[in-house]
Design a protein around this ligand. Structure first.
Ligand code: COA
Ligand code: ZN
Length: 312
């Protein structure tokens, strides 16, 4: 049975786009509950500027107070050397560096051109090298909401530059849900051919309703790692029109139903997902938590018993 690895990003990608501050204790409680569900990895927070992402200004405290469960990797998003120092001080298991493949989105999100981001991230990699594994998340790989098309050659070229620096993995992000399954299949096939030795993760947003179709296209192209967000929260505050990630529990349930092994305790995950609207104080997009699993049957109306007696 094929194993698929999930990275839960609700407390980072999910929360960074929320209008109301989620208090520190609630963030820690949520990470602790997610730690019991069987995720391979949890992206706990980001070590960015508190002005850029005020929601995650408590990153250091959250990282210090969560309970680490053996077997779960606790990763954090890092945009620069300052963020890397903070991440190392908090004993993050992995540093997830970020830059965009679109110049315009990089300027909007990180306030610098791509080449400057790359130079800064190269410094981070040389500082961290040998201490912690490094993953690089490349944003807007399937299109930029301000520039439009991002050629696949551009994505492959940035991937190549980071591969040469010895990163452990690359996350290919569809930051504003512009990908479609045929495009996903082509890029995933090319990435797997070129970077067979790297951990390749796909990060989809469901902005245009194609999230699960894109997951399926990626799995069928040999990808076995995905980011997902509980309840389908998420989005980049610096990408116009951004909305939620693929919903972890929906994607996990789809793959489990198809016979893939995810290591996730779905009943436990659903219980956590059902408490999420209380944490963020609004309804969330995820569908499985509302509908229940296919095996969660409903009682038939009383008239059915009478009809059964009459006809059967
Ligand atoms: N952690 C904490 N604070 C940081 C920081 C970090 N990693 N990097 C910079 N800062 C602080 C600086 O100390 C400075 O604070 P001050 O104004 O109180 O002196 C302020 O942030 C600006 O620093 P500067 O180096 O001039 O950065 P900038 O304004 O060019 O912003 C980034 C660059 C990358 C720090 C900022 O754009 C950022 O954090 N972006 C994150 C975006 C993000 O996470 N998007 C969603 C995920 S894809
Ligand atoms: Zn995202």
């Amino acid at each position: 049975m094929k194993r698929i690895y999930f990275n839960e990003v609700v407390t980072r990608d999910g929360f960074q786009n929320e209008p109301e501050f989620v208090d520190t204790d609630a963030k820690i409680a949520l990470v602790d509950e997610l730690s019991q569900c069987g995720f391979a990895k949890i992206e706990v927070t980001s070590f960015t500027s508190a002005k850029a992402i005020p929601m995650l200004r408590d990153a250091d405290e959250v990282m210090h107070r969560i309970q680490r469960v053996p077997g779960v990797e606790y990763t954090v998003l890092v945009p620069n050397v300052r963020g890397a120092d903070r991440a190392l001080a908090c004993r993050a298991d992995e540093l997830n560096l970020v830059m965009s493949t679109s110049e315009t989105h990089n300027l909007a999100n990180l306030r610098m051109p791509r080449e400057r981001s790359f130079a800064g991230l190269r410094d981070v990699i040389s500082i961290v090298s040998g201490q912690r594994p490094v993953n690089v998340s490349l944003s807007t790989c399937f299109g930029c909401p301000m520039e439009g098309d991002v050629p696949q050659s551009e994505v492959l070229a940035w991937a190549e530059r980071f591969a040469e620096l010895g990163v452990r993995g690359l996350t290919i992000c569809d930051t504003t849900g512009m990908a479609h399954p045929a495009q996903v299949a082509t890029l995933c096939t090319n990435l797997r051919e070129r970077f067979a030795g790297l951990q390749l993760t796909l990060h989809f947003h469901n902005t245009r309703g194609m999230g699960l179709a894109n997951v399926l296209a990626a799995v069928q192209s040999g990808i076995d790692r995905f980011d997902g967000s509980l309840g389908g929260l998420g989005g980049c505050p610096y990408a116009p029109g951004a909305s939620g990630n693929i919903t972890s529990e929906d994607a996990i349930y789809m793959l489990q139903s198809m016979g893939y092994e995810t290591g996730i305790d779905t009943a436990r995950l659903l219980a956590v997902a059902r408490r999420l609207p209380e944490v963020v104080r609004h309804a969330v997009p995820g569908q499985l938590a509302k509908a229940g699993r296919i095996t969660d049957l409903h009682p038939a109306p009383p008239s059915v018993a009478e009809l059964k007696e009459m006809f059967l």
